[in-house]
Design a protein around this ligand. Structure first.
Ligand SMILES: C[S@@+](CC[C@H](N)C(=O)[O-])C[C@H]1O[C@@H](n2cnc3c(N)ncnc32)[C@H](O)[C@@H]1O
Length: 197
């Protein structure tokens, strides 16, 4: 008998866009272990391809998320990403040296506020996911999509993580300013997409 769990969790070509490969190489060289996983990256690239205007990312790391965004974004899109650690921001900037659409800013994520409204915003700083729904809502264009990753799939309502209600995810999924969905991207990871009404 063929069991479902023997199947790979998602189907995707193994090849990565060159810019993503460069960002992953940088992550490895820096021992940076919090880089965006491929499945989420492919989702980011696909969403980026659907959205014009200004795309943003909170928490650049070594540039993997921004690389996926840039791999899908249209030629006239603008991508801004902020990283608190100035050393990392400098290194990540190098990944996009040949792409004028991408700007890496060193500083707190709030430095991105001046680029609002966003058509797509990847929120990859944990404290912001937890406590800044109101601020993020005000940064989004109508129809703009907020992406929050690193959730554990839950088939219950309210969503549960480690035996407790996942209040952060519940908050994003029920906020009246957004239409939101929790999407499983692999058997062990889900991503919340929240579209600004
Ligand atoms: C999960 S990692 C980001 C990974 C990255 N988005 C990627 O796709 O590989 C979170 C990053 O947010 C940065 N960070 C933490 N607090 C921040 C803040 N207040 N503003 C901007 N960046 C922040 C950390 O230094 C870290 O590099």
């Amino acid at each position: 008998m063929r069991r479902l769990c023997q199947n790979p969790p998602v189907s995707a070509p193994p090849e990565l866009p060159e810019v993503v490969r460069r960002a992953l190489d940088l992550s490895r060289s820096q021992g940076f272990v919090s880089a965006t996983r491929h499945e989420t990256g492919r989702l980011l690239a696909t969403l980026a391809a659907m959205r014009g205007g200004t795309l943003g990312e909170l928490g650049t790391g070594c540039g993997v998320g921004a690389a996926w965004l840039s791999s899908g974004a249209t030629a006239d899109a603008r991508i801004v990403t902020a990283e608190l650690d100035p050393g990392l921001a400098d290194l990540a900037r190098g990944v996009f040296a040949d792409d004028a659409r991408v700007e890496v800013l060193a500083g707190d994520w709030t430095t991105l506020e001046r680029f609002a409204p966003f058509s797509l915003l990847f929120v990859d700083v944990r404290e912001v996911k937890l406590g800044s729904v109101d601020v993020i809502a005000d940064l989004m264009a109508p129809g703009g999509v907020v992406v929050l990753d690193d959730f554990t799939p839950s088939s219950q309502w309210p969503p549960v993580y480690a035996g407790r209600v996942d209040a952060m995810r519940e908050r994003w999924l029920t906020d009246e300013r957004f239409t939101a969905v929790d999407v499983m991207v692999t058997s062990d990871a889900s991503v919340v997409l929240a579209a600004r009404r």
